[in-house]
Design a protein around this ligand. Structure first.
Ligand SMILES: C[S@@+](CC[C@H](N)C(=O)[O-])C[C@H]1O[C@@H](n2cnc3c(N)ncnc32)[C@H](O)[C@@H]1O
Length: 252
């Protein structure tokens, strides 16, 4: 099993510093609105990292968040920098959620977690654990980089080399642009859509849908609002190509 890079202190700190404006605009905002519409009151954030998503959810929803990660460094940063009375941060070991009882959470998310796992068996185990903990009629939302835009330079990151075609589960180099002009170099894995769809079904999920948000889906007024809110307008290929995939699935 490849070691999780996010357990490294330098990587954890650099990831914490990464400006995730693109993830926010074309990813987390959709996660938030799904959870809001389902009125989830207890949410599992699997692979919470430094807690940026959990904190945004806690600030905008009246829900308790159970935020778990296998990197002790990430949990340390989250507890130090993003403490919130609605969030319980925990280290998870061997993808085992046995501290959460069956049918006890009513929404779960995994943002940029599966691309960082090399083993499909491991991904299936996590999906099964998440399925077990969800109440019937609850949603599981997955955000990951879009396997169909590998090699495309986006304004804040690039996943894989341009023009290279990656095989099922093949390792890719991902480069995140840091404000310091440095790049955070990560190694993740190329999981095509069928990996998500097959394993979500194997885990028991149904009504599986996928979305590919991109900037041109927004009106000119909405883009202007986003630019003002995030003080950002250095858009690149995310105008016309989707950097992320967003899966939504239901435990019936
Ligand atoms: C790219 S970071 C994303 C963090 C956060 N979800 C976000 O969107 O900001 C991926 C996180 O997933 C965690 N992770 C990856 N595989 C994991 C696993 N099998 N179990 C628990 N955490 C995992 C890593 O430790 C890391 O903190």
């Amino acid at each position: 099993m490849t070691e999780n890079l996010f357990k490294d202190e330098v990587v954890a700190n650099q990831f914490n510093d990464y400006n995730d404006v693109l993830e926010q605009v074309l990813g987390y905002n959709f996660v938030l609105s799904i959870l809001k519409s389902t009125q989830a009151k207890k949410i599992l954030d699997y692979g919470c990292g430094p807690g940026k998503v959990s904190l945004r959810l806690a600030n905008q929803l009246s829900a308790d968040i159970l935020a778990v990660d296998e990197s002790a460094k990430m949990i340390e940063i989250a507890k130090r920098e993003r403490k919130h009375q609605q969030i319980d941060y925990k280290i998870v070991k061997k993808d085992n959620l046995d501290f959460i009882s069956d049918n006890s959470v009513d929404g779960a998310i995994a943002c940029y977690v599966f691309i960082n796992n090399q083993s499909e068996q491991r991904i299936l185990k996590i999906m099964r654990e998440i399925y077990r903990t969800l109440r019937p009629n609850s949603h599981f939302i997955i955000l990951d980089t879009n396997p169909n835009t590998t090699g495309v330079p986006f304004s804040t990151f690039q996943n894989g080399e341009p023009g290279k075609s990656y095989s099922y589960g093949e390792e890719r180099v991902e480069k995140l642009n840091l404000d310091s002009q440095e790049k955070l170099i990560l190694h993740d894995f190329n999981w095509p859509n069928r990996m998500y769809e097959t394993n979500l079904k194997r885990a028991g999920f149904s009504e599986i849908t996928v979305r590919y948000p991109k900037l041109e889906d927004f009106s000119a007024e909405q883009i202007q609002q986003i630019e003002q809110e995030y003080h950002y307008k250095s858009w690149l290929n995310e105008k016309t190509q989707a950097p992320f995939i967003l899966y939504q699935a239901i435990k019936k």
